[in-house]
Design a protein around this ligand. Structure first.
Ligand code: ZN
Length: 547
């Protein structure tokens, strides 16, 4: 009796700090800032005063990893709320080749249903069909059908990959307007007035944005060829210019306006069970692609986003909803080579055409007396022409790998069959080999037969950049893999863990906060202990028996 009393007193003692630390949120707010690299977070965090400052005072993982090789938007967003790496989500790239597809270019977009008659890679029907695993929202709904799942984003693939297959309200900017997908529930009543207000705003020209003091040092024109420059743009736009709207703080503002309206109208976080909203803030990516990461444009964009997020959280505070936030990114990025070269990185370069998969395919066709293109390329994925006879394929792969390796801008080339035969990496993501990075985003049938890794600091956009894209991401290198992961809730005790973690860890971590059971075998991530003290939000796992 006395022993038991002592035991319960002791149990209370160790339980008390955990109870104070562990939130039980009624609303999960999951925010992805597209292309918000760990480097940008490090560069700007001391200057944030709004929402990003608030999140920096929560639990901070400055080295979150989108650990896989395919550091693109769709794979990245597919990891954030599924607990899974792209090899498991099936989202191996923004698009891939399916040589059996009816369409002429054989390109399949990650967030489409290509079986819809008349669709093409340019005119596609948005769908979550290719996502092979459930999202956190879907798991919450399965446990509690009363859970509401809402997804809002500046890109269709961000909305779909974070929302999943069953969403109560799903809205994304399609280049002209916010739209949803077929088969969705009726639009919430706030959507129509939001859309007309946005249309009215778009119809008005916008003046240049002011340059904050700290951005002045970045305000400098960088020539990029053809008489063009980047580095000094202030986001003014003509009436109706939707392209300029998209690559500006206006898009992120619109997203958060719609998200706020939906939270209020649907009373998210005020029902009997937890709800979730995912928000894809896409403008940082468009700004990075259009102007690079180190000019006045990115400075204005990130400070505007910080302020707008601050207003958004202030609004949530006033609503009294008990919410928890995670903010991360789908991939990192780095600056355009022209500015990198004058900023102490003289080895930065653009692809120079010396790695030409089509020419390598033609050469192998001549050497081995084969017909057809032999090799087909889509980004870093290289596919063997499917009409090649089975018995000829091994020799073609060997020769193609040899020739690709000789290209001066190629770092490595990995053979798909070898990658597929590997097991998944279990060490921290900063230690992974190139083969392990490729393994984490390899899905047979969608990924290439060969995966090409370019050398560090090689930007796969030829000079002079056309079509408004001057910088990009998508490489095997850490500047594209590393992203911040920030957790915040009211009362969170600040701590920082600089060691590497994965974005796949987000789902089990959030699940622990709402008491949702997720079988470990179904995911790749692990629950992160957000409790600054000895307590933990993570479920107790029975220790493995001693051997
Ligand atoms: Zn992206």
């Amino acid at each position: 009796m006395r022993g038991r009393l002592l035991f319960s007193a002791f149990a209370m003692l160790i339980a008390a700090p955990a109870a104070a630390q562990t939130p039980r949120p009624k609303l999960i707010v999951a925010i992805s800032v597209d292309q918000f690299s760990a480097d940008l977070f490090a560069e700007y965090r001391q200057h944030f005063t709004g929402g990003l400052h608030r999140l920096s005072e929560g639990v901070v993982f400055p080295a979150g990893y989108q650990g896989h090789a395919a550091t693109e938007t769709c794979p990245g967003h597919s990891t954030i709320l599924t607990g899974s790496r792209p090899y498991r989500t099936g989202i191996v790239a923004n698009d891939w080749l399916d040589q059996s597809a009816a369409r002429e270019d054989k390109v399949i977009y990650c967030a489409e249903d290509e079986s819809v008659p008349g669709s093409s890679s340019r005119n596609y029907t948005v769908s979550a069909k290719h996502l092979l695993v459930p999202t956190l929202g879907e798991r919450m709904k399965a446990a509690n059908p009363a859970t509401r799942v809402v997804s809002v984003a500046g890109k269709d693939r961000a909305a779909v990959m974070m929302g999943g297959h069953k969403v109560d309200q799903l809205w994304f900017w399609n280049g002209k307007d916010y739209v949803t997908i077929a088969g969705q529930p009726d639009p919430d009543p706030v959507v129509a007035p939001f859309r007309s207000a946005l249309a009215a705003r778009l119809a008005q020209a916008q003046p240049p944005m002011p340059v904050p003091d700290m951005c002045r040092s970045r305000d400098r024109a960088i020539p990029i060829g053809d008489g063009k420059t980047v580095g000094t743009w202030r986001f003014d736009r003509a009436a109706g210019d939707t392209a300029k709207f998209r690559a500006s703080p206006e898009l992120d503002d619109a997203n958060l306006t719609l998200a706020t309206a939906l939270i209020d109208s649907m009373k998210l976080g005020q029902g009997p069970v937890p709800d979730i909203i995912s928000i894809g803030e896409s403008a940082t990516d468009y700004v990075g692609h259009g102007y690079g990461t180190e000019g006045v444009e990115m400075c204005i964009q990130l400070l505007a986003l910080d302020k707008r997020l601050g207003d958004f959280f202030d609004h949530l505070d006033r609503s009294g909803v008990d919410y928890a936030v995670v903010l991360t990114a789908d991939h990192g990025g780095h600056d355009l080579p022209e500015r990198n070269r004058i900023h102490a990185a003289p080895d930065a370069q653009r692809v120079d055409g010396s790695l030409d998969i089509k020419a390598i395919g033609a050469r192998i066709a001549r050497e081995q007396r084969l017909k057809g293109p032999v090799l087909l390329a889509n980004g870093g994925d290289v596919y063997l022409d499917r009409t090649l006879p089975e018995r000829r394929r091994a020799k073609v792969i060997r020769r193609a790998a040899e020739l690709i390796r000789q290209a001066p801008q190629a770092q490595d080339v990995l053979v798909g069959a070898d990658i597929a035969a590997m097991s998944q990496p279990h060490t921290p993501p900063e230690t992974w080999s190139f083969a392990e990075r490729a393994r984490a985003s390899y899905y047979p049938g969608r990924s290439g037969d060969l995966i090409v890794a370019l050398k560090e600091r090689v930007t796969p956009i030829a000079a002079p950049p056309t079509r408004g894209y001057v910088a990009t991401h998508g490489s095997f290198w850490d500047y594209d893999r590393r992203v911040p992961m920030l957790f915040w809730w009211k009362g969170a005790q600040n701590f920082e863990q600089p060691l590497g973690v994965e974005t796949a860890d987000i789902l089990p971590t959030l699940a622990s906060l709402i008491g949702l059971d997720v079988p470990a075998a179904e995911i790749d991530g692990r629950c992160l202990d957000l409790d600054a003290s000895e307590g933990s939000n993570c479920p107790v796992v029975a220790p493995a028996p001693a051997r």
